[in-house]
Design a protein around this ligand. Structure first.
Ligand code: NAI
Ligand code: MG
Length: 361
């Protein structure tokens, strides 16, 4: 049978974004040619590459293609070449604008450690070997966006103000993403807050408890953020899905990232209310190794897997890609970030993953 067309927009960006997106595109074309899936790929400029050609890091054409797409894949943007530009046209500005224009309020960051790579972590290998946790961060609300904000004069001195604000509906929608995601995994959801001190997170906790009644199969627990930071380092495998607000999530997701010890392996997903989303590696454009065929493409390829799971509703292909990546690591293939010797380049790593996928299909 002919399956529905999925429109995918590829935004390589600049730096190693271009090299890793080449591997993602190879993988997608392979899947298109060898399965019943019907993927329609297009690409557009973003970041420094867009600025160089058009004078803006996010051309209107790119934004409108992104809005029409079922999913957007993003490589990476930024670098010294554009650092002296005004903040409004810096490559990184394009990402913030894309996230807000597409209303991507739910940011998902898995932290997974295969036994082969456990020694790369700064924690003892046995604490992280076979780790598989997911941090869900609310991305468009909270203290980073609340008003009033600014530096004001008050009583003869300056005061700095930011406002921590969440509405019930903002909390409810992130709660549903968290519970639904927990249903597809270990069904353990830990909501992180500071409800002993902050009224906002008291409301957060109340709304989560209400939404929990719709998901009786999921076990909901609550934890204060300071304890959560400690527990993530003490015994990270106690968690399955962790959900929290914007600022706490910013910090906890970076802790979770470092449990894995390898920035080149970490994918992310950012979803809107219809589960359309943007998928990108956690790392940046790595100007120090750009153009040298040294970048690890696995974070990008694992981001493609997340896309199949969350936006295209094809968890089978997500699992196949994840399995092909795991096989490639088991076979001993490593990019330079993971090994001092006998490392393979970006393109060969991509080829090995596709070769393994071919065996699994
Ligand atoms: P970075 O993540 O680009 O690089 C940090 C270190 O990790 C570098 O030594 C780099 O070579 C290495 N690295 C990163 N990804 C790798 C990969 N896939 N394979 C092998 N090694 C990898 O962070 P940095 O250096 O702080 O930022 C560089 C530029 O990227 C800046 O302009 C920054 O603003 C931008 N950036 C962009 C992001 C994005 O596009 N989402 C996120 C973070 C930073
Ligand atoms: Mg951060």
């Amino acid at each position: 049978h002919v399956s529905k067309v999925s429109k995918l927009l590829l935004l390589p960006g600049d730096g190693i974004g271009i090299e890793i997106m080449t591997e993602a595109e190879k993988l997608l074309q392979f899947i298109n040619a060898n399965t019943e899936l019907n993927l329609e790929l297009s690409s557009a400029l973003v970041g420094g590459a867009a600025y160089d050609q058009t004078g803006t890091p996010l051309p209107e054409e790119t934004l409108s293609l992104a809005k029409q797409a079922d999913a957007v894949l993003l490589g990476a943007v930024g670098g010294p070449k554009w650092e002296s530009l005004d903040i409004s046209v810096r490559p990184e500005k394009a990402l913030l604008r894309l996230r807000s224009e597409l209303e991507l309020f739910a940011n998902l960051r898995p932290a997974i450690v295969s036994p082969e790579l456990a020694s790369a972590s700064s924690l003892k290998a046995e604490l992280v070997s076979d780790l598989d946790i997911l941090i869900i961060r609310e991305l468009t609300g909270g203290i980073y966006f609340g008003h009033p904000r600014g530096v004001f004069e008050e009583g003869g001195e300056k005061v700095g103000i930011n406002t921590y604000r969440y509405s019930e509906s903002e909390i409810r929608r992130i709660a549903h993403v968290a519970f639904k995601t927990a249903m597809t995994r270990g069904r353990q959801l830990c909501s992180v807050d500071k409800a002993n001190v902050l009224e906002v997170t008291e409301l957060w906790r109340d709304v989560f408890n209400q939404v929990a009644e719709e998901y009786p199969e999921v076990t909901l627990t609550h934890m204060y953020v300071d304890n959560a930071a400690m527990q993530l380092v003490r015994q990270p495998k106690q968690f399955d899905v962790v959900v929290t607000g914007n600022m706490f999530g910013d910090i906890l997701s970076d802790i979770a990232a470092m449990l894995t010890g390898s920035i080149g392996m970490l994918p992310s997903a950012s979803l809107d209310i219809n589960r359309k989303g943007m998928y990108e590696p956690v790392h940046g454009s790595a100007p120090d190794i750009a153009g040298q065929n040294k970048a690890n493409p696995l974070a990008m390829l694992l981001s493609v897997a997340l896309m199949f799971k969350h936006s295209l509703q094809q968890p089978k292909y997500a699992e196949l890609i994840e399995k092909a990546v795991a096989m490639t690591l088991t076979q001993g293939f490593r990019t330079a970030d993971l090994s001092r010797q006998d490392w393979v380049g970006t393109a060969e790593m991509g080829d090995q993953v596709i070769g393994n996928l071919a065996k699994l299909l």
